[in-house]
Design a binder for this molecule. Structure first.
Ligand code: AMP
Length: 577
């Protein structure tokens, strides 16, 4: 195995990284550091997931290639989020603990620009920046990047996903042709390739692991369910993994809010992270999650980007991302730092093809499992409870004084009875909740047909009004065609369609509501301007009572705690569990 000492790293940097606990170089470091420390000055593309040690791979050479006799900016690192930007700057400062005179400055949006300007004016050999704020500072002539030696595009795919393409191009065009460009990306979609083709000179390409592949430390599980059972399945899965600590990915802000709210109402230790939160709210949620006050973070891809937590046990794809490449990013957030992780997909029956495409992309097969039954969950929780009991620390001094009374009260019970009773105190509630719970993986058709409408209204269908009807020659098939064409998505699950004379109603999977509304705006059909609105849901009495039955499984009125992912109201909420 190669040692750090063999990579040509300066002794002061070696001393600092040893103190950080870096014993041996990680694969990306082994490949990238010698290349950047050589005189070759070739551009480089490194395909590496987050968490693979890429910050040190580019950071160590940047420090070593800095001319401390000059005050001007020599290297620029661009990254997608404020959190990553700060982390990079902190990491570089740590690596240069014993390197005198290095100045690293982080510039990012959502913080005082004046303070950042002051820091830059004191001198910034290396700037770590988010593209928007950097452009702002360039426009104010605070930073000069015309003569930088190196530009690093970190998480390039994420920057493009987040819509920074124009900013990146504007920044790159300000730099000189002689500079060295380093591009780090977990995936290589065509947009990244285009940037590379346009702004890099014959880059050498390094791949850590297989291209676009998922990490070996992650196993991938798929639960197939009916669309209407998606939320119930999520709760079953969470209950089946009592130690779960992970992110539940949703597709839209609205869905994120809805699912987080439902989980919280149902007594789970969850919260939401999405773009509607202020930076302060966002920081507060992230901090609670980092210290495990929150066990389930329900998030959109964009909002979760800045979150750097290495010890997640699970990633749950409540809905698959529209761009399937994003699955690699999501699943790469677990199974880090030598741990094993699990990436779970809850998919509906129409998403089978997508699962196959992801399998090709990650070069791994999903394990297809049935959604855990009530009985399986009860068993799992029971043994989790027993394990906790076995491992609990007994603080004798605290309970000693109560023991004589407790012994006296329980003296009529023998050992077996005593165990049964203690276990039942916690476990009966679980048995109660899961009594008669339906099998979500093999839904029986009677149940489906009898309550399909009610469950749709409850479980994620939105009813739309559209100003097209029979007089426009509209038929169910043509309406579905219009939805496909306008949205550009072919597999939106459509519920009831009601075509009337001059207008119609249809139900569609709520997770696509925003997309449907947006894509219908300013559209015409057969020369008529289309008007689409969300309609009131039908509320027949029978459907309401049936929906109540289904929701019963949802612990709606219970805030009691079983597994650690559920809140225990007997404890203060903010206590670490
Ligand atoms: P990164 O991909 O740069 O975010 O790094 C992921 C994690 O690995 C960070 O916590 C680093 O501090 C850590 N790390 C990076 N390089 C090494 C190394 N050679 N040995 C041990 N840990 C490392």
């Amino acid at each position: 195995m190669t040692k750090f000492e063999e990579l040509g790293i300066d002794k002061n940097i070696l001393k600092a990284i040893k103190e950080l606990g870096f014993e041996n170089p990680m694969p990306v470091q082994e490949k990238v550091i010698p290349h950047l420390l050589s005189e070759s000055n070739e551009d480089l593309i490194a395909l590496a997931q987050t968490g693979t040690g890429k910050t040190a791979a580019f950071g160590i050479p940047l420090i070593q290639n800095t001319d401390f006799s000059k005050k001007k900016t020599q290297h620029l690192v661009l990254c997608p989020t404020r959190e990553l930007c700060v982390q990079i700057s902190n990491d570089l400062t740590n690596y240069s603990k014993y390197t005198d005179g290095l100045r690293v400055v982080a510039v990012f949006g959502g913080a005082s620009i004046e303070n950042q300007i002051k820091s830059i004016k004191k001198g910034a050999h290396i700037i770590s920046a988010t593209p928007g704020r950097l452009l702002d500072l360039l426009n104010r002539n605070v930073i000069n990047i015309k003569e930088i030696k190196t530009i690093v595009l970190d998480e390039a795919d994420e920057m493009l996903n987040m819509g920074f393409r124009d900013d990146l191009e504007a920044i790159l065009s300000e730099t000189s042709k002689e500079k060295n460009t380093l591009l780090f990306s977990a995936t290589m979609p065509s947009e990244v390739r285009q940037i590379a083709n346009r702004y890099m000179k014959d880059p050498i390409e390094i791949t850590i692991g297989k291209k676009n592949s998922g990490s070996d430390s992650v196993n991938h599980i798929c639960y197939m369910v009916h669309e209407r059972d998606r939320y119930l399945a999520l709760k079953r899965i969470v209950d089946f993994f009592p130690e779960v600590y992970g992110i539940v990915f949703c597709r839209t802000r609205i869905e994120t809010k809805q699912i987080a709210d439902k989980l919280m109402q149902d007594g789970y230790n969850a919260d939401a992270l999405h773009g509607d939160l202020s930076q302060q709210q966002r920081d507060a949620v992230m901090n609670k999650f980092r210290i495990k006050n929150i066990k389930l973070l329900v998030a959109t891809d964009v909002a979760a980007r800045g979150l750097d937590v290495d010890n997640l046990s699970h990633i749950i794809n409540y809905n698959l991302p529209e761009d399937l490449e994003v699955y690699t990013h999501r699943s790469g957030r677990t199974g880090r730092a030598g741990r094993l992780g699990t990436s779970i997909v809850v998919a509906n029956l129409k998403e089978k093809q997508k699962i196959k495409l992801i399998e090709k992309q990650i070069n791994k097969k999903f394990e297809h499992l049935a959604v855990p039954s009530g009985k399986e969950i009860c068993e799992k929780q029971l043994f989790y409870l027993i394990d906790r009991m076995q491992n609990v620390e007994v603080v004798t001094s605290e309970i000693d004084s109560y023991l004589p009374t407790i012994y006296a009260k329980l003296s009529h019970l023998d050992k077996e009875e005593l165990i049964k009773k203690f276990v039942s105190v916690e476990f009966n509630r679980f048995l109660d909740y899961y009594k008669n719970a339906p099998d979500l993986s093999k839904p029986d058709d009677t149940r489906r047909s009898s309550d399909s409408r009610s469950s749709r209204n409850v479980e994620g269908f939105t009813r739309f009004f559209v100003n097209l009807g029979k007089k426009d020659d509209l038929k169910p098939a043509s309406l579905m065609g219009i939805i496909n064409d306008f949205t550009g998505i072919r597999d939106i699950e459509i519920g009831d369609i009601e075509i009337l004379k001059s207008f119609s109603f249809f139900e569609a999977d709520s997770s696509f509501s925003e997309k449907i509304l947006k894509s219908f705006a300013k559209k015409e059909y057969k020369g008529r301007k289309v008007n689409l609105e969300i309609a009131e849901n039908k509320k027949s009495t029978s459907s309401r009572s049936k929906s109540k039955d289904r929701e019963k499984e949802g612990f709606r009125n219970s805030r009691k705690s079983f597994g650690s992912s559920r809140r225990n109201d007997s404890k203060p909420r903010n206590r670490r569990r």
